[in-house]
Design a protein around this ligand. Structure first.
Ligand code: SF4
Length: 361
């Protein structure tokens, strides 16, 4: 691992992180409002741990990932990596820190320069950060290709010559080049077929076991998250509404939104009756979020209190932290309560496990 080890200290600390984008207005006119894309997000990430950020489109999970890497300037809050406050770093200091924080994008094709060979793409970060020189860079590129399961001869080829799964392996190799402590994986398998998803998820797990880096894993697919995450944070309208160890979250989800996400997986059995209550309504506009608990217009359990008073996060004996006024009194057999093992999630898990077993055989 890079950097000074601090026994027991988390690698990443995020506190009250916020990003508000002005909306409306034009070249000469003033903004007419703000979108609170991220609004007071806090979490920690331990070394070698995978924390998944999940939620519907537009919930702020990708923006959070970019704020952590400081690809976006936050409106407020703090990010510290290995005890170093990211805000206030000079450009040079930030560049040094960036070596330790990398990203794998959703669309590997869009993130690879089509005019560069794979060898040049992988050599770039090595040379930029002084991790190789002209004499040994070729060998290090081949090493990286081998680590992600690609042939050394591929260094001469261009991105368009590869399949989606191979391109994502190249994206992972590029992120690994600087031997980072933290990789933000932004929907890294969403654009891939299920069998290829399994290969890339398994590769990420194997690399983590080998090199010990932490992942902030941004995804909307609950099967993939269950496969790879240690802890899960559920986001809704720019805030974390529940964060818990994976085993706790999947077996005893507490927040009504978490329950709805887990229950919302359809049941694609021929002739199967539609048994589940899906999330109703759309995510409200983040320009005008509902008052009180922002989930209340879609929540089956909302009360008058929910419409006026925002719930503060509370931590429960099983370690889950949940922002909901009524966790203790939600009916156990409510229609939104997820099964312990949602069938579709279970089936996807089986596919991922089978692919891993096939790869190991
Ligand atoms: Fe539903 Fe109220 Fe809990 Fe919000 S605070 S999730 S509206 S029960």
């Amino acid at each position: 691992m890079n950097g000074p080890e601090q026994a027991g200290a988390p690698l990443l600390v995020v506190e009250n992180l916020a990003k508000h984008f002005p909306v409306g207005g034009g070249f000469l006119s003033r903004a007419t409002g703000v979108v609170k894309a991220v609004d007071g997000v806090s979490f920690t990430l331990r070394r070698g741990e995978t924390l998944a950020l999940v939620g519907e489109s537009g919930c702020g999970k990708s923006t959070t990932g970019r704020l952590v890497l400081r690809l976006l300037e936050p409106t407020g809050g703090r990010v510290a990596i290995d005890g170093v406050e990211v805000a206030g770093l000079s450009k040079q200091e930030l560049r040094t820190l960036r070596r330790r924080m990398q990203i794998v994008f959703q669309d590997p094709f869009a993130s690879l320069n089509p005019r560069m060979t794979i060898g040049d793409i992988l050599a770039e970060p090595l040379l930029l950060h002084g991790l190789a020189d002209k004499a040994n860079v070729e060998g290090k590129v081949k090493e990286l290709l081998a680590i992600v399961g690609l042939a050394a001869a591929y260094a001469e080829r261009f991105p368009h010559e590869f399949s989606g799964g191979q391109r994502q392996r190249i994206g992972v190799a590029r992120a690994l080049a600087t031997r980072p402590d933290l990789i933000v994986c932004d929907e890294p398998v969403s654009a891939l077929d299920v069998s290829i998803q399994a290969q890339v998820v398994n590769l990420l797990q194997d690399l983590q076991a080998r090199f010990g880096m932490s992942y902030l894993f941004i995804a909307h697919d609950l099967a993939v998250v269950r496969h790879i995450a240690d802890r899960v944070a559920v986001m809704y309208l720019g805030r974390i509404v529940e964060i818990a160890d994976k085993s706790v979250l999947y077996s005893a989800p507490k927040h009504p939104y978490t329950r709805a996400l887990l229950a919302a997986a359809p049941v694609p059995r021929p002739g199967a009756r539609e048994e589940r209550v899906l999330l109703s309504g759309d995510v409200p506009s983040p320009v005008r979020p509902p008052p009180g608990c922002t989930f209340h217009p879609r929540c089956a359990f909302a009360t008058d209190r929910c419409k006026t008073e925002a719930p503060a996060p509370r931590t429960f004996p099983d370690g889950a932290t949940v922002a909901c006024h009524h966790v203790e009194t939600l009916p156990a057999a409510a229609p939104l309560v997820a099964e312990t093992e949602p069938p579709v999630v279970a089936r996807r898990m089986a596919v991922l496990a089978a692919a891993k077993a096939a790869a190991a055989a």
